[in-house]
Each structure stands twice: as C-alpha cells, then as structure tokens.
Write a protein of this length. Structure first.
Length: 239
C-alpha cells in the first residue's frame, strides 16, 4: 500500500531534461521525504498544506472515513524506510544518472531516522501501555509504534462533531478508566476537548499530524521530535 501511494505522486512527472526535477506531492509529509531523498536535484511542491484532511468518500461508522482505510501511515516513523525506497526508485527512473546521489541521500536520512527512532522508543518506554483518547482518528500508527493504547475517539465518525450525550458518556468512561490524556490536533475542536478534559480529569495535549503543522515541525524528523517531547511532558504531568 505504501509503495502504491508514493508512486502515484511521481508517476505524472515529465521525463527529466536536465536541471532539478519538478515534483508535486499530495502532502507536506511526502514533500519532506522527497526533499530528503532528492536533495538539490528536486524542487518539490505540496498540493495540500498541513492540516488538510483527506476527502471523505465513505459514510458508514466504525472505521476511518476514507476509501482505503486510515491514511495516516506516515505517523509511524518506521514507514519512512519503505516510503523513501519507493521515492528513490521513482526519482531514479526520471533521472537515472542521479540514482547514486539519491541513494546516498536516502542512506544518510535513514541513519538519522533509525537513530531517532531508537531514541524516541527509549524515551517513550516508561509510558508504554498508557491509555489515551484522541479527538480525531489520526494516531493508530503512531500509537502502535510507541506503545500507546487508544481507547476512544471524541469524534464518533471522523469529521463528524460529537453530540452532547456522547461527550458526557465519553467523559464518564474516561474518568472510570483512569485515562490521563486527550490528544488533539491544531485544527481540532479545542473547546470541546477542553470540556471533555475538565469533566474527565484528563490533560489535553496538542500533537501535530503533518510536517509544517507547527513551526517546530519543519521536516519529517522534527515532526516526531516535537510530538514525542509534547507527549512525554504531558504524560509526566509537565506543561
């Protein structure tokens, strides 16, 4: 699935005729990864800015409302490895003489990524098994990578506002289960999240789902650096 998604981004690019390759991606996260692999040989633009949600094409409850399941696969940093491999192959097809440069760039990126994942995993080890509630269903990949347990979402269906009755029931169940944390995104309904937190005793933490969604999340690694720091501070009871 990751391979197909990344290939779509580059398949429409014109054959290379010299100079930097012009690449268009669907998201800022993929833009960051293409830049990491392509380096100075690419000029990249993203169709969508950070925080733009994928169009909803299904309406049945019980699953993330996207035609191909939950699309937030980039939020497991380990997925950066297959994603950048697909990007490397696509760039090399368009610019064959750049393959060695692209491969070196990817190798350097993966060295930094692997070291960072090991460090983030160590940092999060003390919080493995922590039960959290999320406002929007963006975080299953991130949660599995770092050992969080997502017990509920505030939105009954992604993009659909919760009813007062569902909010009251959620706050009650959170309090009973001892859920300490409510994860929201910069674009989420913070007033609703604050009410749920006040009723349940949980702390609200804002995590950023995409590169560029916060000034500190300037590239793919910084996205996780920011989110791991905010999460561990919140779980430890800090500000």
């Amino acid at each position: 699935m990751l391979r197909a998604l990344a290939l779509v981004l580059l398949a429409a690019a014109p054959a290379w005729g010299g100079g930097a390759l012009d690449v268009v991606t669907t998201s800022t996260d993929l833009k960051a990864l293409v830049e990491a692999v392509g380096g100075e040989r690419v000029t990249v633009a993203s169709l969508a800015p950070a925080q733009v949600e994928t169009p909803k094409i299904k309406s049945e409850p019980g699953a993330h409302v996207h035609g191909f399941g939950n699309p937030h696969y980039w939020l497991d940093p380990a997925n950066g490895r297959p994603m950048t491999q697909t990007i490397l192959e696509a760039l090399a097809r368009l610019s064959p003489d750049g393959r060695e440069v692209f491969a070196r760039n990817r190798t350097r990126f993966l060295e930094r990524l692997d070291a960072s994942i090991a460090r983030w995993t160590d940092i999060m080890a003390a919080h493995r098994g922590a039960r959290v509630v999320v406002y929007h269903d963006s975080w299953p990949y991130f949660a599995r990578r770092f050992g969080l347990v997502v017990v509920a979402t505030v939105e009954p269906v992604p993009g659909v506002p919760p009813s007062p009755a569902s909010l009251a029931a959620l706050a009650t169940s959170m309090k009973a289960a001892g859920v300490r944390l409510l994860i929201v995104e910069p674009s989420a309904g913070h007033s609703i999240a604050s009410r749920v937190a006040a009723s349940s005793g949980a702390r609200v933490v804002t995590l950023v789902p995409s590169v560029g969604g916060d000034p500190e999340a300037r590239d793919y690694l910084q996205l996780f650096e920011l989110n791991v720091r905010r999460l561990t501070e919140a779980l430890a009871g800090g500000r």
